[in-house]
Design a protein around this ligand. Structure first.
Ligand SMILES: Nc1ncnc2c1ncn2[C@@H]1O[C@H](COP(=O)(O)OP(=O)(O)OP(=O)(O)O)[C@@H](O)[C@H]1O
Length: 308
């Protein structure tokens, strides 16, 4: 597989403000890649460098095998880009808007008609006759993705495509992104972990201009993911929690909702074996014992920390 985006020591400063600090990024062709980071991490800035809308202070960036600056329009014609706040002509209908966008790429006739029909279908907007001005945010976002796909790009870049949407709107946009898997490389920025977990195969985590980690999601969970056990007891929860936290298999113990004891464990089998006996010895009853895997959210908090 070749790289759709490869950045090496990519650095961007505005005046004395360092916004991106020596970023290395490797986005393989064919992946659905989540670019995750809190507000102000530098996601939009990175996308502006990838699209050639801004120039790096130092370092290099290649898109589809070409240097962005030198490649000029040849590279841009293979990229689709949806900015974080897309603007549309509100008086157009969706088919009119897509035909207009296709015309800008020199498309016409049956090719443009077929492409428009296919994309309206993909966006769930076929048969919608209202003008774009009356669309919901979710519909606008799906139309924006369709518009960014008009030229059948090899690389689709989306800046926070779900951040302004309600849960249903988000689900529709994420389903649309997932349906592109295998057809085009998708690179999208977000601060919403759940979105990455739902559709991405690979994630890069950016924090205050620095790359914290970059890996396939499964690998990240395996690398940082531990198992956890949630225990609820009928009485003496504090004493039980203290005793559990002292076991060799317990690496961290916290108290959750309704006094639940949450323990990160290194050996789930040993924990499940010991916990009921410890609770019984304290004269307490076991109300709940649940074992689960640590999700991306816990991994993110561990990597980025709570020092925002
Ligand atoms: N043109 C500019 N001049 C000066 N500072 C800028 C400029 N553009 C961005 N910044 C700063 O760079 C930092 C990163 O901004 P950026 O928009 O890339 O972050 P982001 O991760 O996309 O955040 P958000 O999720 O809030 O959009 C911020 O501190 C921002 O204020």
């Amino acid at each position: 597989m070749s790289a759709a985006i490869r950045a090496t020591a990519l650095t961007k400063s505005y005046g004395s403000k360092l916004v991106l600090d020596s970023l290395d990024l490797d986005v393989q062709e064919g992946s659905v890649f989540g670019f995750l980071g809190p507000n102000g991490a530098g996601k939009t800035t990175t996308l502006r460098l990838v699209t050639g809308l801004a120039r790096p202070t130092s370092g290099s960036i290649q898109v589809l095998g070409q240097n962005v600056g030198a490649g000029g329009n040849a590279v841009r014609s293979e990229i689709g880009f949806l900015p974080d706040v897309p603007a549309f002509y509100g008086w157009m209908t969706a088919p009119e808007l897509l035909r207009f966008a296709g015309g800008l790429f020199g498309m016409s006739g049956a090719v443009l008609r077929d492409r428009t029909d296919m994309l309206l279908d993909l966006a769930g907007l076929a048969g919608v006759t209202t003008t774009v001005g009356g669309y919901s945010r979710g519909m606008k976002q799906r139309l924006g993705i369709a518009q960014a796909l008009i030229n059948a790009p090899r690389l689709l870049l989306l800046d926070e495509p779900t951040s302004a949407l309600d849960p249903m709107g988000r689900k529709d946009v994420l389903d649309m992104i997932a349906s592109l898997r295998g057809r085009t490389t998708v690179f999208f920025s977000t601060h919403i972990l759940g979105d990455v977990e739902r559709v991405c195969d690979t994630v890069a985590i950016l924090d205050r201009g620095r790359m914290v980690t970059q890996a396939p999601i499964a690998e990240l969970k395996a690398r940082y993911g531990k198992e956890k056990v949630v225990v609820e007891v009928t009485e003496n929860a504090d004493a039980v929690a203290k005793e559990l936290s002292e076991r060799p298999w317990a690496t961290a113990t916290t108290r959750g909702a309704q006094g639940a004891i949450e323990i990160t464990v290194t050996d789930l089998g040993a924990a499940q074996h010991d916990i009921p006996a410890i609770i019984a010895a304290r004269g307490s009853g076991l109300a709940r014992l649940e074992a689960g895997e640590i999700g991306l959210e816990e991994v993110f908090v561990e990597l980025v920390g709570g020092e925002q």
